[in-house]
Design a protein. Structure first.
Length: 258
């Protein structure tokens, strides 16, 4: 990819849903990133910084009910989130684009890819990280736990600083968003449809307590195009521990796609 020129554009685009941390005048490809449950767009700032010199511009999705969207009501389903996001995405997907989602974000990226394909806007690549395939039957019941149980569940995933989990004031701020996102995950029901035609890369941690390698491999059941599985050392938040490996995988896949 050619090296792009960074602009002085603001980090926030003129809609509530997408954040541009490293805007590029002529991005070779735009990578739309979906955060994990309880996460926010800022979780993708390191990836945006790492990919910008390669010509990949990251657009990070900001779910309602957190950070500057804190006053907005939480979404209650995957379908609600996808349908609200689609009009905004269509403004940014006229050229080559790809989707990346981690955990709950992987489900959202998958369903968004399906809906965009209906409009004839197929991503050049779909990255699905830290999530079992939708064909794997499993109940998500984290939202039914009391606060202590939910904190214990989060701690077990080892993706949150212990200092935050020990801070009652911060927990009061973040737990509602986490609980709401777990409810979205729990309400999700996969509806069979046409298999994905774009290349799909699945990433998973070899010690993720939520996703076995076999469950990750089963994403191949909904993919009719090129498919790859990358197993990295780490747990559910392996992408934080192996950020350079993740960047290399994404860059390599997009280089090949273009």
């Amino acid at each position: 990819m050619s090296t792009p020129t960074a602009t002085r554009a603001p980090a926030v685009v003129p809609d509530a849903w997408l954040r541009r941390f490293r805007p590029l005048e002529a991005a070779a490809v735009r990578l739309v990133c979906f955060p994990h449950a309880g996460g926010s767009a800022s979780s993708y700032l390191p990836l945006a910084s790492a990919l910008a010199p390669t010509g990949v511009e990251v657009l990070a999705v900001q779910y309602p009910g957190r950070q500057e969207r804190r006053s907005e009501p939480f979404a209650r389903s995957v379908e609600e989130l996808v349908e609200a996001l689609l009009p905004e995405l269509r403004q940014w997907t006229g050229g080559p684009f790809a989707l990346f989602g981690h955990s709950l974000g992987a489900t959202l990226a998958y369903e968004t890819a399906r809906r965009l394909a209906e409009y004839g806007r197929q991503p050049v690549h779909l990255f699905l990280s830290g999530r079992r395939a939708p064909t794997v039957a499993r109940l998500d019941t984290g939202h039914l736990l009391d606060d202590r149980g939910l904190v214990a569940l989060i701690a077990g995933l080892q993706g949150t600083e212990p200092a935050l989990l020990a801070n009652d004031e911060l927990l009061r701020m973040v737990l509602p968003a986490i609980r709401a996102d777990y409810e979205v995950a729990g309400a999700y029901v996969h509806r069979p449809g046409p298999a994905l035609r774009m290349p799909v890369t699945v990433l998973t941690g070899d010690s993720d307590p939520n996703v076995s390698v076999q469950d990750a491999m089963r994403w191949s059941e909904v993919a009719a195009g090129p498919f790859g599985l990358c197993v990295l050392p780490g747990g559910h938040f392996f992408l934080n521990e192996r950020a350079e490996d993740v960047r290399t995988i994404v860059e390599g896949a997009l280089d090949h796609a273009l």
